[in-house]
Structure formats: structure tokens, C-alpha cells
Ligand binder design. Structure first.
Ligand code: TYM
Length: 332
């Protein structure tokens, strides 16, 4: 029996964490962590669908862990861990792959995008990645999956797989619901507000990284794309750049769009960008400083991820046994 409803979410270490990762994911994870039993994962197995320099990947995994903790994730009350330390992810993923249809994987928009972006490395992992994500979620009887808008389709696939499996074997999996934040579900690139701010974008000027210094943040916001009138108004269709900055400001300063519009009546984009930059710097400063401190404390980092993996693995094993029993495998 569960005493609290469960949350599972993760970020893949394919790039340094951005303001998009923070506003779209981590900030909400912190807000939700007192009402749910939460598992927050560094999904390193997801990151190898693209080629990484091993040293860089290693650094990013450690940094991501430090940033999770520095942002306020409570690793004692909840569970923070690294996916590859819990072998049940890979095992359930294989099983669920046999209950996933190629037609539904073909429809994943992220797969279609990757087909265009990386035609020279279209490996099978890119294709089956949403199945591993379904395994991540279903391993823990997850009720709620907080994600940005781009991941909603993958959570829906997890539901379809669970429904299919339950249809055959009875009530094995809990049905997960996606939870998409009202503000900041899709933070956009500062240089191209038609695309999302991404960890792995080649144009680093479009992304604010959690570890960026205040000087760099100010410079990036100064260069952010706006438009030719100088009206600060929330209108994503006609004013995508300004609306994106308003979204960021709203998430960083806790203000509504109306409050922001009133604050900048009669003021220009220069003032507006300076205020957005200041709010973001204040939000990220403690996370950056605490992360740098934690990264010097190897013993604490290791004890956090080992303890997390142990507890997650214990929970995951229970689901895996239920699943393998249902299928008809023989217990060891
Ligand atoms: P990933 O690593 O691309 O992104 C991690 C989370 O951050 C959100 N996000 C954003 N939200 C708003 N604006 C942005 N610009 C932005 N960029 C990223 C994403 O929506 C996501 O919530 N497949 C997942 C990782 C994953 C996962 C899972 C998530 C693996 N297993 C199980 C939830 C549950 C991914 O690639 O996220």
C-alpha cells in the first residue's frame, strides 16, 4: 500500500541544465515534493542515444546531481538517484518493448525530429527511447509525471502501454497522469523564440545555463530577440520573443502577465530585459553557489546517489516481480 501518491520525473544529462530545465521541471518538482512521494532521476541511460564525450557525460551527471540538490530537492524525504544504478529500468524496458507497437513509436514527434536532425546516427535507441521512459514511469506505480509540454506525448504512450498490459494481465500498472505547469511549460530560445530552449542547442546564446555567471546572463538577455514595436504585452503568436521573456519573468519573479504588463507601461525593452535578467540571476544564484560547493564534497554526493539507488531498486524490484510473475517467467 502507498501512503502517498507517487511522482516520477527525470532529466537526461545531454547538456548542461538550462533555465528551461529549471522552470519547466525542477522548480515544479520542488513545489510538489511535500505532497507526494517523489522519485527524481538523472536519466543517464537516455542520454546515450546521441554520442557524448565520456568525460563530459561523467561531469554532467555529477553536476546534475549537485544541481538537483542545490535547487532544493529533498533527497531524504524523497529519492534522488541515477538511472543506470537501478538495473530494473533496463529489464522492464525490454519487456515493455514487446508490448509496444511500431506504429505508435513511429508517431512520436521527438523521433520524427531526430530523424531529421541526426540522420547519420539514427540508432535503435532513439526509436525505443519512449519505451525506456515508459519503464521509468511504470516501475514505481507512478501517479503523476511532471514534465514540460514536449514530453506529454511520451507520457501518453506510457499510459497506452500500461493499458495494453493491464488488459492482458489484470491490474499490474498504475495509470500515470502527466502534469504540465501553467507557466513555463515551454521556455523558448532567446535567439529563436519559435524553438524551445534546449540543453543541446549548438547556439549557446539562445540558452541560459544554471551555471552561467551573472555577467553572461545579462549579456544573453540583452541580445534576446524581441520585435520592432516596444510594447510589453503577452501575445505568443504575434510577439513570441516578448511573450517568452514574460513567461520567464513570471516564473522567476512569481508575477502574473497582467502585473508584468502594468509594471512596464511606458517603458521600453531595455528596462524590461534588465529586470528579467535580474530576476533570473537572483533565482539561479543560490543554486549555482550551492552546486559549486557540493561538487567539492565527493563523499556527500556519493552517499546521496548510493542511498537513492538502493531505495529505488527495492521499490522497482517489487514491480518487476509482479510483471514477470504475470507474464509467466519462472522465479529464480
Ligand atoms: P529532457 O531531459 O529533454 O528535459 C527534462 C524536463 O525538462 C523539461 N524541459 C522544458 N520545459 C520547458 N521549457 C523548456 N525549454 C524545456 N526543456 C526541457 C522537459 O519537458 C522535461 O520535463 N525523456 C525526457 C526525460 C525522461 C523522463 C522520464 C521524464 C526520461 N524518463 C520519465 C519524465 C518521466 C527528456 O528527454 O527530458
Amino acid at each position: 500500500m502507498k501512503d502517498r501518491k507517487r511522482i516520477f520525473s527525470g532529466i537526461k544529462p545531454t547538456g548542461d541544465l538550462t533555465l528551461g530545465s529549471y522552470i519547466g521541471a525542477i522548480k515544479n518538482w520542488v513545489d510538489l515534493q511535500n505532497d507526494f512521494m517523489c522519485l527524481y532521476c538523472i536519466v543517464d541511460m537516455h542520454s546515450i542515444t546521441i554520442r557524448n564525450d565520456p568525460e563530459v557525460l561523467h561531469r554532467r551527471i555529477r553536476e546534475q546531481l549537485a544541481q538537483y540538490i542545490a535547487a532544493g530537492l529533498d533527497y531524504k524525504k524523497n529519492i534522488v538517484y541515477i538511472q543506470s544504478h537501478v538495473h530494473q529500468h533496463a529489464e522492464l524496458s525490454w519487456i515493455l518493448g514487446c508490448y509496444s507497437m511500431m506504429g505508435e513509436l513511429n508517431r512520436m514527434t521527438q523521433f520524427k525530429d531526430m530523424q531529421k536532425k541526426h540522420p547519420q546516427n539514427l540508432n535503435a535507441g532513439i526509436y525505443t527511447y519512449p519505451v525506456l521512459m515508459a519503464a521509468d514511469i511504470l516501475l514505481f506505480d507512478t501517479d503523476v509525471v511532471p514534465v514540460g509540454e514536449d514530453q506529454k506525448q511520451h507520457v501518453e504512450l506510457a499510459r497506452n502501454i500500461a493499458q495494453r498490459f493491464n488488459g492482458i494481465y489484470g491490474n499490474i500498472f498504475t495509470m500515470p497522469e502527466p502534469f504540465i505547469p501553467k507557466v513555463g511549460a515551454r521556455v523558448r530560445s532567446l535567439t529563436d523564440p519559435t524553438s524551445k530552449m534546449s540543453k543541446s542547442d549548438d547556439d549557446t546564446q539562445g540558452s541560459i545555463f544554471i551555471m552561467d555567471s551573472p555577467d553572461v546572463i545579462v549579456k544573453k538577455f540583452k541580445r534576446a530577440k524581441t520585435d520592432s514595436d516596444s510594447l510589453i504585452k503577452f501575445d505568443p503568436e504575434n510577439k513570441p520573443g516578448v511573450s517568452n521573456l514574460m513567461d520567464i519573468y513570471s516564473a522567476a519573479a512569481g508575477k502574473s502577465y497582467d502585473e508584468i504588463e502594468s509594471e512596464f507601461v511606458g517603458k521600453g525593452y531595455g528596462d524590461f530585459k534588465t529586470r528579467v535578467a535580474e530576476a533570473v540571476i537572483e533565482k539561479l544564484r543560490p543554486i549555482r553557489e550551492k552546486s559549486l560547493e557540493l561538487l567539492k564534497d565527493e563523499e556527500t554526493l556519493v552517499s546521496i546517489y548510493r542511498d537513492g539507488a538502493e531505495r529505488a531498486s527495492e521499490m522497482a524490484e517489487k514491480t518487476l516481480v509482479k510483471v514477470t510473475d504475470a507474464i509467466g517467467f519462472l522465479r529464480k
